[in-house]
Design a protein. Sequence first.
Length: 277
Amino acid sequence: EGNEAVVMETEGSPEKEESACANLGDGDAQANEQSVRDNSSQCQTSVSNGKEAVDLKIIWNKNKYDLRIPLDGTGASLKERIHSLTGLPPSMQKVMYKGLLPEDKTLREIKVTNGAKIMVVGSTINDVLAVNTPKEVIQQEVKAEENKKEPLCQQKQHRKVLDKGKPEDIMPSVKGTKERLPTVPLSGMYNKSGGKVRLTFKLEQDQLWIGTKERTEKLPMGSIKNVVTEPIEGHDDYYMMAFQLGPTEASYYWIYWVPVQYVDAIKDTVLGKWQYF
């Protein structure tokens, strides 16, 4: 009768499972030991399959995998299980659950819930080897890196203009001084196509006017994202300067032979660092 009572409790609600397991072996000392062992294993299984384990949905590379894993397993043991499912080595896995999953904590500590979606990012070694980068792309990347290290005035697009030499009607430069913007337009400079360009600062309208023989661009100062400057090699009393008109380098408007004494004033005016009263 003692054994029957235990079995009935085991079949009850989950809350009673623990008490059923705790009471195993109570009752008549002559009870059948085999029966007790059977009930004991039933209790252990139900606990590991119930509260102590979670069902997870592993998502990797557009594939979905179902995985049941003990709550007290660590992030590292989860990675091992993912490896057996996907073939993706643990060292190449980024496992995401509310951020990057820590390897040294248990799923219980991380508060992983039943039915949670676990995102996995990473490529197998075969995937990595299968991607053949075209030589042209590599060469372009190398070239881009070289261009970054190379002084701007040595780059081909700038040499084209600079090799024309200093314009005859350029405004004189004064080394070692910083001057405010002149009241007259800055003129005699070149743009990237080698045409003459002048800069007029309309401070009362908060505009920069870039004038060429063909047209005048009227730019609100606030629309200019950045100003890039570099001294011209061999002529460090003159600068090359770019106004960034859009989000990328492709939007740079280059101007050559800017007198050194006005460089800081132009940058400060355009980027709104000085107040003019």
